[in-house]
Design a protein around this ligand. Structure first.
Ligand code: GTP
Ligand code: MG
Length: 363
């Protein structure tokens, strides 16, 4: 399953956001380092298309796809040298697919700020630097491990060594790996050699993961002048009042209006995550269930079949495809077939967002 790690300074609202997303009971407290062990929770990905498809197919069940969120301890300046809780816990997010930076932009002296003042640009730099230091640690370890053999003539390891030194250079220049061409989401090696991509996969460097910045603030106008100084655009930025997201979590749209709360931004956040991860949603729909599935952008029909069942990928014959809006407009499988909008696609078909599929397989 796809997963996203939440990082940031202590006491900025990470666990509050986690709870708003996952509805899990976790410790939220007005003091730094309230979270020590990671919280892990699963969130269903909202998709308004599911209900419409299920109505047409008279499905007994709707099954959305899900994303996992990981809420970890707060980082402080110097964590790599052991300040605060240190940065050892960063390994808890080693395997996530994307990183969500939560940055405090809300004012108020009642909530402690570990740096003594509200300054999103400074805080982003602190956290980015700690992640870079963690990656440098990981890279140095690998360099130590292979240096001997590389020096005694192993050509492959010599190439690795060069790539690793290049990563070190990027990080030492204040950049994250994702900020450079090699880290394009979904295309980890853009223009570079294959080995570079493999090493990034193996080492799972934190700074090579796609990122989203969330500014925890009431409204955009509170922070936009400062966002421009962070230097992290064009990374997507979402502004949301995290505490309000939690407090208003159970309210309907109407109730939110009555209380003059804006619309919830949680869905927007999840959509942004899908975008940076370059993911595509496709559907299966029948009487038993209507279900959403996720594949990487550019995935072909057999890969999509493999998400449903590994055997389906091996035994893939062809797929019947119709876009979700046509499926709903025309009224289901039988009518789509009659109307001639149902297409038969082979193993080279690239699955499009919103496709409704039937996989024909040999088993
Ligand atoms: N005013 C205000 N307070 C908030 C907001 N979000 C969180 N808080 C408060 O900030 C404090 C810290 O919230 P947590 O969610 O525990 O913060 P955390 O980032 O998980 O902190 P650590 O686990 O210690 O790193 C709590 O008292 C929250 O109620 C917000 O949007 N506005
Ligand atoms: Mg916490």
């Amino acid at each position: 399953m796809l997963s996203i790690g939440i990082v940031g300074l202590p006491n900025v609202g990470k666990s509050t956001l986690f709870k708003a997303l996952t509805k899990k009971e976790v410790e939220i407290a007005n003091y730094p380092f309230a979270t020590i062990d990671p919280n892990v929770g699963v969130v269903q990905v909202p998709d308004e298309r599911l209900k419409k498809l299920a109505e047409v197919s008279k499905s007994a069940q709707i099954i959305p796809t899900a994303i996992e969120f990981v809420d970890i301890a707060g980082l402080v300046k110097g964590a790599a040298e052991g300040e605060g809780l240190g940065n050892q816990f960063l390994h808890n997010i080693r395997e996530v697919n994307a990183i969500l930076y939560l940055v405090r932009a809300f004012e108020g002296t009642d909530i402690q700020h570990v740096s003594g003042s509200v300054d999103p640009a400074r805080d982003i730099e602190i956290v980015r630097e700690e992640l870079a230091l963690k990656d440098l640690e990981t890279i140095e370890k690998r360099i130590e491990k292979i240096q001997g053999e590389a020096q005694s003539g192993n050509k492959e390891l010599q190439e690795d060594l060069e790539i690793l030194k290049h990563f070190v250079e990027i990080l030492n220049s204040g950049k994250h790996i994702i900020d450079t061409a090699i880290g394009t989401p979904g295309v980890p090696i853009a223009g570079k050699n294959e080995r570079e991509g493999e090493l990034l996969q193996e080492l799972q460097l934190l700074t090579s993961k796609p990122a989203i910045y969330i500014f925890n603030a009431k409204k955009e106008s509170e922070i936009s002048p400062r966002i421009t100084t962070t230097g992290v655009t064009p990374t997507p930025v979402v502004v949301m009042d995290v505490r309000e997201e939690l407090d208003g979590g159970d309210l309907s749209s109407e109730e939110r209006k009555e209380l003059s709360l804006g619309e919830s931004k949680l869905n927007e956040l999840i959509k942004v995550a899908y975008k940076i991860l370059d993911l595509v949603t496709f559907f299966t729909s029948g009487e038993k269930e209507t279900r959403a599935w996720t594949v990487a952008g550019g995935a072909k029909a057999p890969q999509a079949a493999g998400v449903i069942h590994t055997d389906f990928q091996k035994e893939f014959i062809r797929a019947e495809v119709v876009s979700w809006d046509k499926f709903v407009e025309i009224g289901g499988w039988a009518r789509s077939r009659e109307a001639g909008v149902l297409r038969t696609e082979g193993k080279d078909y690239i699955v499009q967002d919103g496709d409704v599929l039937v996989i024909l397989h040999a088993k």
